[in-house]
Design a protein around this ligand. Structure first.
Ligand code: SF4
Length: 315
């Protein structure tokens, strides 16, 4: 855009303040489903939605869904997501794609390829598809004499990627809407910064995923095809057995985990840059043996149900 006027003189660009993103009227929805991965964005999202739903008198319509990624997600994630929902007394549901787990699914696909940003079948089949089925399940029990309205809430933020920045924070989901239901999607944290997320979590005081104390920026699948290289390196150090399985799958499929970046190379880089992992000696809530330094496993004493609180949110 030109910054000169008709006389060719430079003019200060006019900054236009965008109107605030539209927010849903929560009391107009019959079900409010929060999709929780157990990561920081989901965690802050829970707090935001609960506060808004309470103010709107719609808290009894809020439920939490965790789409279980099985071995691909960090150990203990399911228990942590459950505890985060329990902190607000919210009904918590776990749903998982029926059939092969993600790694086996990748290996067995006709094309035998890893998912990538353009072809995220991991998300569409293991999260979106599972979420759509859950909505069907939820509205099946409603007898309202009219089409139920469902609000599907996710913690995605625009700052995470260009694709997410382009998303509309509140919109009807045409794909999931039918004559039997009206489904809307809401991303309450769409314009939030990472600092805002952590600030909200500190205020809420709910338990935080331990991987953040290991320096990871996201708590998604432990070896996510879209993760940053430092996160992947750290993950290879923390879940070496799974990384080895990925290497085997890579060789088997003759397809690099990431474009020109085999997981084997990430493992090699991680091995060349050993990091000091925090020593964890005890699971605070259960006083059990806790976890061994350098590993993330469920606490052998409480099986991961309480061990998460052993990690304080890094100041
Ligand atoms: S976290 Fe990564 S690997 Fe897992 S489903 Fe999402 S994009 Fe795919």
């Amino acid at each position: 855009m030109s910054r000169t006027n008709v006389k060719g003189k430079w003019e200060q660009p006019v900054l236009v303040e965008l109107p605030p993103a539209p927010r849903p009227e929560l009391s107009s929805f019959d079900r409010i489903i929060i999709n929780s991965s157990g990561g920081k964005d989901s965690q802050a999202c829970l707090d935001v939605v609960v506060q808004a739903a309470r103010a709107a008198g719609a808290l009894d319509r809020v439920v939490v869904l965790h789409c279980d990624m099985g071995r691909m997600e960090w150990p203990g994630t399911l228990h942590l997501a459950r505890r985060q929902a329990a902190a607000y007394d919210l009904p918590f549901f776990v749903r998982k794609r029926v059939g092969l787990e993600l790694l086996e699914y990748i290996r067995s696909r006709v094309q035998k390829r890893w998912p990538d940003a353009r072809n995220r079948f991991c998300t569409s089949d293991f999260k979106r598809g599972v979420g759509a089925k859950f909505i069907t399940e939820q509205v099946a029990g409603l007898d309202l004499g009219r089409r139920p309205r469902v609000l599907y809430v996710m913690g995605m933020r625009g700052a995470e990627s260009c694709a997410r920045a382009a998303m509309t924070p509140f919109e009807v989901m045409a794909r999931w809407t039918s004559r039997n239901r009206e489904v809307w999607q809401w991303l309450p944290l769409h314009d939030w910064t990472t600092d805002q997320v952590w600030h909200r979590i500190r205020s809420a005081g709910t338990p935080v995923h331990p991987v953040y104390s290991y320096g990871l920026s996201r708590a998604s699948c432990s070896l996510c095809v879209l993760a940053s290289i430092p996160d992947l390196m750290r993950a290879c150090q923390l879940v070496p057995d799974l990384a080895a399985e990925y290497t085997q799958a890579e060789v088997e499929m003759d397809h690099d985990f990431r474009f020109r970046l085999p997981i084997a190379e990430v493992i090699a880089r991680a091995a060349a840059e050993p990091v000091q992992l925090p020593a964890i000696s005890r699971c605070r809530p259960c006083r059990g043996a806790g976890e061994r330094p350098g590993e993330i496993t469920a606490c052998p004493a409480c099986h991961g149900t309480g061990g998460m609180a052993a990690y304080a949110l890094a100041a």
